[in-house]
Design a protein around this ligand. Structure first.
Ligand code: UD1
Ligand code: UDP
Length: 380
């Protein structure tokens, strides 16, 4: 069986590590995986570092599309992916999540009848102003095999009319949905102890035995709006009066901070010594930070989940989340870019660290489950 896997943005590279590892360990003789990097993320610390650290095979192709508007970026990727699919003639294309790389893979493959496997299917924010919401809906509705990481994902697909009892052979018009758990959970479990042994970031940042907050911000809905960015940073400045905050900065945020952070907040921010800004860190470093933090504050999808995996409370700087279960269990709070709500959540979690984190992301073996289903779904 031949799979073409599309990756492009940081979280997809990380997710792909779990599938490639499971192929190597269990299906080495049965599956040939061709990896296509669209080049959506390209800085060393947004891409190459993960290949080196997580032992992901080198991409067979790199489209080098780089950054551009949505239309230009997706058009370039679609063109490049189509060429590769025609040349490689895979049994399936594997797409992760909801980025522009996902959308391009879906459009390219569906039009030339290459069946799509969508990993992280069914998630919805119910906010179509997010580019990711458009990407996920299109990808799900072009897919043949859909793997949902959470029960909410399954429920969303049912609501959108996906039948749950289709029989093989599966096609784009007769798709199959499986609920299998979260592939990111596979990675977090696999790398947790390795991260502690192989990184020294906690010592390097002088955080040993110090309760600290880990924060990330990169959503366009936050970075591109001075009012929202200002409210989030104003809250960070207040929190930093109490505890150090580590903030590995996504390149998008690093660029826009200079222009979009209101001058008054800019000044207060410059006068705050307790916010440690770093370039994007490696995945092992990120896991070490998540494991040792007292609380996570983020607008990232992946980071809010990883907070949960490591049993840390999370303040989500978004109005809604696709990962509704972590809010429903009381372990995360949707604070949006609202300074008061962020501070209320901070006070609450500072006083009471939650302890009950039910297993909602599967058993850490989602990749093996998916590969078994993909193999048995091949149309002979
Ligand atoms: C993308 C995804 C988002 C995902 C995020 C993960 C889309 C629409 N968005 O957002 O869903 O959560 O990746 O991190 O696909 N840049 C660099 N170096 C890089 C990459 C980006 O400097 O290696 C800068 C460029 O200025 C670029 C900006 O970051 O314009 C945004 O990059 P882009 O890939 O378009 O979107 P993200 O915000 O990273
Ligand atoms: N991550 C990382 N280094 C960082 C920030 C995040 O390795 O400096 C990892 C994080 O642990 C998670 C993934 O990147 O696995 C999340 O990616 P991101 O926040 O960029 O995107 P999202 O998940 O929101 O799409």
């Amino acid at each position: 069986m031949k799979l073409v896997t599309i990756i492009g943005a940081r979280p997809q590279i990380i997710k792909a590590a779990a599938l490639s590892r499971a192929i190597k360990n269990h299906y080495f003789n049965e599956i040939q995986e061709i990896i296509v990097h669209t080049g959506q993320h390209y800085d060393e610390n947004m891409s190459q570092v993960f290949f080196d650290e997580l032992q992901i095979p080198r991409p067979d192709y790199n489209l080098h599309v780089g950054s551009a508007s949505h239309g230009i970026q997706t058009a370039r990727m679609t063109e490049g992916i189509e060429d590769i699919l025609i040349k490689e003639q895979p049994d399936f294309i594997v797409l992760y999540g909801d980025t522009n790389s996902t959308l391009s893979g879906a459009v390219a493959a569906a039009k030339i009848h290459v069946p799509i496997v969508h990993i992280e299917a069914g998630l919805r924010s119910f906010n179509k102003a997010m580019p990711e919401e458009i990407n996920r809906i299109v990808c799900d509705h072009c897919s043949t095999l859909l793997f949902t990481p959470t029960n909410a994902g399954l429920v969303n697909l049912k609501r959108e009319g996906f039948p749950m009892d289709n029989d093989a052979p599966y096609t784009i018009d007769n798709p199959k949905v499986w609920h299998c758990g979260d592939i990111m959970y596979d990675n977090s479990l696999h790398f947790a102890d390795i991260a502690e042994a192989k990184t020294d970031i906690i010592e390097r940042l002088n955080l040993k035995n110090k309760p600290f907050v880990l924060a990330t911000i990169h959503r366009d809905s936050n970075t591109d709006h001075p009012e929202r960015l200002g409210a989030i940073f104003s809250a960070f400045i207040q929190m930093a009066a109490d505890r150090p905050i580590v903030l590995p900065l996504h390149p998008r945020t690093a660029k826009l901070l200079k222009t979009n952070l209101p001058p008054e907040i800019q000044e207060r921010f410059a006068a705050t010594s307790n916010i440690i800004i770093t370039p994007p860190v490696s995945f092992l470093e990120m896991i070490a930070l998540e494991r040792n933090a007292m609380l996570v504050a983020t607008d990232s999808g992946g980071v809010q989940k990883e907070a949960y995996f490591f049993k840390k409370p999370c303040i989500i700087m978004r109005p809604e989340t696709e990962w509704v279960e972590i809010v429903e269990t009381g372990n995360a709070v949707l604070a949006d870019a609202d300074e008061n709500r962020i501070m209320q959540a901070w006070q609450r979690f500072r006083a009471n660290q939650p302890h009950d984190f039910p297993e909602i992301f599967g058993d850490g073996h989602a990749a093996e489950f998916m590969l078994e289903k993909i193999i048995s779904s091949k149309v002979l």
